[in-house]
Each structure stands twice: as C-alpha cells, then as structure tokens.
Ligand binder design. Sequence first.
Ligand code: TXA
Ligand code: MG
Length: 317
Amino acid sequence: MSAEILQPDPQGLARAADLLAAGALVAFPTETVYGLGADATDDRAVARIFEAKGRPRFNPLIVHVADLEAARALADLPEAAERLAAAFWPGALTLVVTLKPGAGLSPLVTAGLSTVALRVPDHPVARGLLAAFGGPVAAPSANPSGSVSPTRAAHVIDGLGDRIAAVVDGGPCPVGVESTILGFDHAPVLLRPGGLPTEAIEACLGNPLARRAEAAPVSAPGQLASHYAPGATVIPEAAVPPEGALWLGFGPGCAGAALNLSPTGDLVEAAANLFHALRDLDARAAPGQPIAVAPIPDHGLGRAINDRLRRAAAPRD
Ligand code: TXA
Ligand code: MG
C-alpha cells in the first residue's frame, strides 16, 4: 500500500485530519522539515510513529499545537518560555517544559518524562492541519531513523511511502533544518541548535544561552541507564512467571498473566500498552513484589520495548 498524496487545500486538509483522528500516520510540511504526524493523545497512533521510523528507542517526540493557548493547556511555561513563545511562535523553536498532570498526552510521546517538547509551527499547511484536526499532533521528522530529514514530499515518499497513510504535499520546506530546542532546567539551556538562530534567542532573553555541555546532565532519556523505572523491580525475559511476581504477558500462551501487552502478539499494540501496563502493575504490586515480563521478540517495535524494559530493570541510582 502506498501513501495518499494530498493537496494542501481545504479538502486535502480535511482528509488528513480525518486520517489523524482515525489513528493513522500523516506526513505534513512544516517550515523546518516534514513531520510524521499522529494524534498525540492516541497510544497506538504514537506507537506507529516509532514502528514506521524504525526507531530503536522511544525517544520523546515534539508535540505540535496551534497556538500558545493550546500549549498552556498541556504544560506549565516558565516566564522565560512565555517570553520566547511570545517572540518566536509560530516558528522554528521547540520548548521543553513541564507537562501538566492530566494533559491527556500518550505517555509514549514524552517517553515517560515529566517534560514535553512543544512547538507552534509557522507553515500555512501545518497550521491548517492543526486547525482542521483540533488537537495536539506528535511529529518527529518524517524519515526512517538514521537517515536525513525530508524537506519535500517526495523525500517522505522515498523513505516512508509504504508505511504511512498519507502525505500532504506543501512543496519544499522553507527552513529545511529542524527546530531549535530549548530546555528550562534552571535557566534556558540549548538542547539542539536548529532553525531559529541562538543569537535571536539571546537577544530576546538579554543573556547568553547555556549550552547543553555546560549544563548539569539533562534528563535526556537515551543517556540514562535507568529510565522510566517503576517502583517495583522489573524482571525481563520471564518465559514463566517467577513465584510471587506479577506477570506481564505478551502473546498467546500467557495464562495466569496479570496483564497482557498484546494477547495476539502484536508489537504495535504492545508498544502502545507498555507504559500504561507498567504503571498499572506498579500500582497493584505488593511491597517488594516484582513485575516479571514475558520475552518480547527483538525486532521492529520489540527492540524499543526491550530497550525500555532494560532501562526499567537497570540498577537505580
Ligand atoms: O523541526 C522540528 O523540530 C521537526 C518538525 C517536524 O517539527 N521535528 C523534529 O523532531 O525534528 P525529532 O523527533 O526528529 O526531534 C525531536 C528531538 C529529539 O532529539 C528528542 O530527544 C527531543 O526533541 N525531545 C523531545 N522531547 C523532549 C524532552 N521532553 N526532553 C528532552 N528532549 C526532548
Ligand atoms: Mg529527526
């Protein structure tokens, strides 16, 4: 199956919004690069992003919103973030800010972190799509993991044409490099240089920006051995449940499991369920009771699941 190519007119945007609402993946142009969009509140849709990109890990994704008000509904913006948003949104600036409890985003979007990366894109097609869809859209760059970011619809088709529902063809991206990412650990910190020059940011803040290297180790999930660790001890690769453990199953043949990530052995479903299942079992576990997880095949999204389980099982510090 090949992706639908949609025109950037009201009809095309309405079709794209319908596909997003149905949990499908839709690539769309932003001013930086083409994004691979999914409904940010839908676990399965977000899991499909990782599957389509072949991402070995659940890196957190940027959530695209229509305006500052929509951003405030999802996160608490410190004063410096408010100032930068007022100056540069819509635009090529992503702000990593504290997620509001109950914001409704899939925990896969934030990789279980307490922060969320937010951006209001400045491209008529992206803005039209966000307006038509009416909710937050998670979107990494629309390329297979490890390859160059796409700046034309044809690039998206080359890399992902058989793995996504549609691409809205809005022509070449005007900026062509990804957004600048800032965090707010104490002061604003540059996490990724990008489409908005740091000089413009520093002029707005009236201060030089701290760089990631100068800052204290940032909560970048890929760099931490133990990440998204539930309170209970996690035992991966448990083909049969160790005595006294809560067993998290996968696939058929897990009778006696407290929960099953996917009774049919579907890795997309399992990835979509993973964080919820760990939280659920963590809440159910008696003091000292471990969570044992059935073996997960180490391919496709299974690698991401196993990566996350290894982090959950790693020694805590
Ligand atoms: O221009 C862009 O930013 C494009 C367009 C589509 O908006 N998107 C993009 O997304 O480049 P992606 O997924 O390729 O890069 C997102 C980056 C990753 O390096 C990720 O680690 C970081 O943002 N990130 C996301 N949420 C984060 C968080 N809560 N804390 C730290 N880093 C975060
Ligand atoms: Mg990328």
